[in-house]
Design a protein around this ligand. Structure first.
Ligand SMILES: [Zn+2]
Length: 121
């Protein structure tokens, strides 16, 4: 089970990811202090969802990533973080460390990949 301490860790990690994505989008490099200062602004802007791509001229891929990171942050708030969306099992901490935005456990992820491969044939 993901404990409070770990939740905080992932929350910080994901917030930083989000800010980095915006940073990339803007091609600006902010110092750590600036990151912290502007975090609230960025998160506010991120909530404008549909307008964000326009404002920041970000790529579709970045926009997708941003919404994924945002959703994961919401999951931390609602206590759904680390739970597989497919089977309801816990996603291993090891997997979350590598990929904090993972929404499927490794078994479901593999099963999905196999299915998608079959579809592609
Ligand atoms: Zn699963």
């Amino acid at each position: 089970m993901i404990n409070k301490e770990k939740e905080e860790y992932f929350k910080k990690l994901l917030t930083r990811n989000l800010l980095e994505l915006f940073g990339q989008a803007n091609k600006i490099i902010l110092s750590s202090a600036e990151f912290e200062d502007r975090a609230a602004d960025f998160l506010d802007i991120a909530s404008l969802e549909s307008n964000v791509a326009v404002f920041y001229r970000i790529t579709e891929r970045q926009a997708r990533l941003i919404s994924k990171v945002k959703r994961t942050l919401e999951k931390i708030e609602t206590g759904e973080f680390g739970i597989c969306e497919e089977c309801g099992d816990e996603i291993s901490e090891q997997r979350l460390m590598v990929r904090p935005v993972a929404d499927l456990c490794i078994d479901c992820k593999r099963a999905k990949e196999v299915m998608e491969r079959h579809k592609g044939l």
